[in-house]
Ligand binder design. Structure first.
Ligand code: IPD
Ligand code: CA
Ligand code: CA
Ligand code: CA
Length: 258
């Protein structure tokens, strides 16, 4: 069988996401089954699990030689990045999903031999899909996105995860003080999407590979920096403190958190 083109893969992934959205909306009409994972702030629902199973089964049927890294454990235990590696977060922002029934996303990324190729962030309730990659460009639904303005820290809004502020880690309160203001959304996917549109100039959080896999591809395609918090490269198989930033905001922030 000849390998599909990236444009064909892109169209296929979009059909999966539309089907998953329909599933999630249907499941939201009945009570959620909510469990704690590591504690009361780390939740998983029947919908997270069912949607991951659905997406993993579609990926396996479409691309049987791939590896799949999924948050809820229905994929493979991925230890190397050779070949096609799909990264799946079936519901990003589960706390928002449970408490707000809004402001959550689905995310899928495709890496080939460690290179980010395609990324998808689907804001489910807004029905807005951010998609693309280095060879396609980045789209908000069907509209191509252009590079966000390269704003300095003092000129833009920052999103920094709650624990980094409440625990006053890495001098983050000073980063907020020097910025135009703090925003917090509770979904890495939604936060990445606001970076893509230029509504935020930095996002800092401790993240797992499925939290940043798709956003990294889309953000880097638009010229944003996606690194460890000290500015060094991320590993796509490791959890880390991640900083997404415009080039100027990164230059301003690195000496502050030094
Ligand atoms: C979480 C959200 C949250 C971030 C956490 C993630 P989940 O993802 O993206 O905003 O602060 O670190 O784990 O668990 O809801 O998919
Ligand atoms: Ca989770
Ligand atoms: Ca997540
Ligand atoms: Ca999740």
């Amino acid at each position: 069988m000849t390998e599909p083109t990236l444009a064909e893969v892109d169209q296929t992934v979009k059909t999966w996401l539309k089907a998953s959205r329909a599933l999630v909306l249907q499941r939201m009409t009945t009570p959620l089954n909510v469990d704690e994972k590591t504690g009361r702030k780390d939740l998983v629902t029947n919908v997270d699990k069912e949607n991951e199973r659905l997406l993993v089964s579609k990926i396996r049927a479409f691309s049987p030689d791939s590896q799949v890294l999924g948050e809820e454990g229905f994929g493979d235990s991925v230890t190397d990045t050779t070949g096609w590696v799909w990264v799946v977060d079936p519901i990003d922002g589960t706390m928002n999903f449970v408490k707000q029934r809004d402001h959550f996303a689905m995310m899928i990324a495709l890496y080939i031999d460690g290179r980010g190729v395609l990324g998808y962030i689907y804001d489910v309730m807004a029905n807005v899909l951010y998609s693309g990659g280095p060879s396609l460009g980045v789209f908000k639904n069907d509209q191509p996105l252009t590079k966000p303005a390269n704003l300095a820290l003092r000129d833009g809004l920052v999103a920094i995860s709650g624990p980094l502020i409440t625990e006053q880690q890495m001098n983050m309160p000073e980063v907020v003080r020097q910025s135009a203001g703090l925003r917090a959304y509770g979904s890495a996917g939604i936060e990445f999407s606001h970076m893509l549109t230029g509504e935020l100039i930095t996002y800092v959080s401790y993240l797992k590979p499925w939290d940043f896999g798709a956003g990294k591809i889309l953000a880097e395609t638009l010229g944003l920096r996606v690194t460890r918090v000290d500015g060094t490269p991320l590993s796509m198989l490791s959890s880390d403190f991640v900083m997404v930033a415009t080039e100027k905001a990164q230059q301003d922030i690195l000496p502050i958190i030094g």
